[in-house]
Design a protein around this ligand. Structure first.
Ligand SMILES: C[S@@+](CC[C@H](N)C(=O)[O-])C[C@H]1O[C@@H](n2cnc3c(N)ncnc32)[C@H](O)[C@@H]1O
Length: 248
């Protein structure tokens, strides 16, 4: 399941330099996340550590990056060694000492790698376990209404994503990374809005909000409005935020 990411650290770092990520995805996620200054942030499924580093640069008081892939964490740790930002990293399992320690758990493109309903609930339970009561969870699943039958739809953003039929819960979706000189093929999983909503409530989350993507002025100036329109209208990923119930 997660072995598919081993060795892709450089690809995700490269992805972060694409116009799609720079001008659209990251600003949209950061808007949903809000101001992190002075907060404790847990980057769940941190990969190469791009978001982890951006949280540290935005002066979060504590930043922890976690990934199930040891190789991804080693890649992120190497970046931390070269340019220290005070980030802690852990791989494989989450240490007990992190229970209830975080104001914010962010998880970018990790829900798509939950293969079973149990994996999905496991991710939500882990986020709830990490958060203090009232803490927020921001995450990106495959968009429940992505145009599954058009493999070329996201080409211009460096991605291809498609499924042979209208996917149901847990069904595979092919995701190709097609920016730069290489092409990598991954298998993601689809989860419906109803199933995501239900599993979040089961894990003790409330105040669920779905956030729109937007493009920065710089992105609009550099590439024009029309080049972004199709993504904004039919994003490949959804952004949601929710809060851990105060009483938990
Ligand atoms: C598509 S990458 C995204 C990495 C990073 N969040 C980013 O946006 O640059 C997904 C990452 O999630 C990790 N992952 C998948 N399932 C996981 C799980 N259950 N717990 C923690 N990490 C997981 C993978 O190893 C991979 O590094």
């Amino acid at each position: 399941m997660t072995g598919q990411f081993d060795g892709l650290g450089d690809r995700y770092e490269e992805f972060s330099r694409t116009p799609f990520r720079q001008f659209l995805e990251v600003p949209s996620v950061m808007k949903a996340v809000g101001d992190v200054k002075g907060t404790a942030v847990f980057d769940y499924g941190c990969g190469a550590g791009d978001y982890t580093r951006w949280f540290a640069e935005r002066r979060a008081s504590r930043v922890v990056g976690f990934d199930v892939s040891q190789q991804m964490v080693e890649y992120a740790q190497e970046r931390e060694r070269r340019q220290p930002l005070g980030i802690e990293y852990c791989a494989g399992t989450i240490p007990d000492r992190f229970q209830g320690r975080f104001d914010l758990v962010v998880s970018v493109y990790v829900i798509p790698y939950a293969v079973t309903q149990g994996d999905l609930s496991g991710q939500f339970d882990a986020a709830a376990w990490l958060l203090r009561p009232g803490g927020r969870y921001v995450a990106l699943p495959v968009h429940p209404e992505f145009p599954h039958a058009d493999p070329d739809f996201y080409d211009r953003y460096g991605l291809r994503m498609y499924a042979p039929k209208l996917p149901g819960d847990g069904d595979p979706v092919t995701l190709e990374l097609v920016f730069g000189q290489r092409r990598d093929v991954l298998t993601a999983r689809y989860w419906s809005r109803a199933t995501l909503t239900d599993a979040l409530h089961q894990a003790g989350f409330q105040d669920l909000r779905w956030h729109d993507h937007h493009v920065t002025d710089e992105g609009l100036r550099a590439y024009g409005t029309t080049s972004w329109d199709r993504y904004i209208e039919r994003p490949h990923a959804a952004i949601f935020s929710c809060a851990k119930e105060e009483r938990l």
